[in-house]
Design a protein around this ligand. Structure first.
Ligand code: GLU
Length: 459
């Protein structure tokens, strides 16, 4: 996966190099030099920080836990990106995710660079006290490189507002007298978090899909109906049809996405399947999402996994294997679990013609190409799941001002920002042969390249 982002960045650079309207004043050998310089900057992180956190376990043993903070690029502002707690975390993965943050922020005009953190732990195997000490140690080890104007972490897989509150408190005690509200985002409301931050990623994920398939299609139906573009054909084939939707992952992103889809009146869609780390639940008539959300909230985030548990809450669904969600005969698949879910070896079994990436990097490069060349619409991670970092930016702003927005204001600004990005991308997407991912990358790389050039960095 590590090279996947790099490969698409390189493709985007090649496209830009051949585009005579991009930096027209730079020609010939100098142009080659500039693009080489760009490739070198964007393909490697600025800094890699690694530590082994020393943690005293409840049983008295001491463990050394590998942890990373990778700062990819800060051309557009302080480094920004989540910290994930997962047993499979490794340097390559965190580096790739940090690069995706640089591109995501550039794409949506969020004035931040890109970074990512990771700790190699399965948070479910540690007590609350042990997790507290992991969070404190993380800030202690990396305190020199973190801060509201240097690098601002946020939640990611396996972390949430509890961890951000602990980390901000530790940052505050290490840096007495310094501003601290903007040091971490994704905090709880009482600790200076933003209303709507928890739901922001899932809401944004569904918004991108609804906006494309409803608002944008309706407003542009005139020229789109005459288009021979393969992606426009796919979109038009599903316009005004009742859609079946499946959601992989029922955490912070998937459960909110499923709820948004369930409530949506603009599209005639039915959520027929949801899944988590244990099961897939399927009902072709549509699932009772509110009851499942309520169940998960009181069962450590897990869905009911037996007929008995489903019966108790009055939900009717077939219980399938957790992987089955990927292969159902549905129109739309939301991937809101882990990375590398659709790969070369299983892409042939995917039936959905529209896929939305709620998670980061859930489709590998080879699978992505196979799907896109068949005309499948893939709304990529950097476009679809940016709601989290966009509202993180609002949280950071609110922390500076110590003035807080209403929930309504947060969502209004979030959707306006995502809509603006989409309006800048979708007309090109439905009119050229590039995939939506390639279009988004070209857009983000253009922004980064222009700034780097203007600032004299491309020598
Ligand atoms: N971890 C989230 C992401 O991958 C949010 C990052 C943030 O809010 O800084 O986009």
């Amino acid at each position: 996966m590590a090279n996947q982002t790099g490969a698409i960045v390189q493709q985007s650079l090649n496209a830009l190099m051949g585009d005579s309207s991009f930096l027209p004043q730079i020609q010939d050998q100098r142009r080659e030099q500039v693009f080489q310089s760009l490739a070198a900057i964007l393909s490697t992180p600025n800094k890699v920080h690694k530590a082994f956190l020393r943690i005293a376990l409840d049983n008295g043993n001491v463990e050394r836990i590998p942890a990373f903070r990778i700062q990819h690029n800060d051309a557009l502002g302080p480094y920004k990106g989540g910290i994930r707690f997962h047993e499979s975390v490794n340097e390559d993965e965190v580096t790739n995710l940090a690069a995706l943050m640089t591109l995501k922020n550039a794409l949506h005009e969020v004035p931040f660079g890109g970074g990512k953190g990771g700790v190699v732990v399965n948070p479910r195997s540690y007590s609350e006290k042990e997790l507290y000490s992991i969070c404190k140690k993380y800030v202690q080890y990396f305190s020199d490189v973190l801060g509201p104007d240097k690098d601002i972490p946020a939640p990611d897989m396996g972390t949430g507002d509890r961890e951000m509150d602990w980390m901000m408190a530790e940052y505050k005690s290490i840096n007495p007298g310094s501003p601290y509200l903007g040091s971490f985002t994704g905090k709880s409301i009482v600790s200076g978090g933003s209303l709507g931050r928890r739901e922001a990623t899932g809401k944004g994920v569904y918004f991108t899909f609804r906006y494309m398939m409803h608002d944008f299609l309706n407003e542009n139906i005139g020229w789109l109906s005459g288009s021979t573009n393969i992606f426009a054909e796919t979109a038009l084939a599903y316009k005004d049809k009742p859609l079946s939707l499946a959601v992989q992952g029922f955490g912070n992103v998937g459960s909110v996405t499923a709820m948004e889809a369930y409530k949506c009146t603009a599209l005639r869609g039915k959520v027929v399947a949801v899944s988590d780390r244990n099961v897939t639940l399927y009902n072709e008539e549509g699932l009772d999402i509110p009851s499942l959300v309520e169940y998960a909230a009181t069962h450590r985030g897990d869905l009911p996994s037996t007929d008995g548990e489903l019966h108790e809450i009055g939900v009717s669904a077939a219980v399938l294997d957790r992987e089955d969600v990927l292969y159902l005969n549905v129109d739309v698949l939301f991937l809101a679990a882990l990375e590398d879910q659709i790969r070369g070896d299983n892409v042939g079994q995917i039936n959905a013609r529209m896929i939305v990436e709620g998670a980061n990097a859930p489709i590998t490069g080879d699978a992505d190409e196979a799907l896109a060349s068949s005309g499948a619409i893939i709304i990529p991670d950097i476009l679809a799941n940016a709601g989290g970092v966009i509202v993180s930016y609002f949280e950071w702003l609110q922390g500076r001002e110590t003035q807080f927005y209403t929930e309504e204001e947060v969502y209004k600004q979030l959707f306006a920002k995502m809509q603006k990005t989409m309006n800048g991308i979708l007309p090109a997407y439905f009119g050229d042969p590039l995939s939506l991912r390639q279009n988004c990358f070209v857009h983000a790389v253009t922004k980064l390249s222009t700034v780097l050039y203007r600032q004299g960095k491309l020598y």
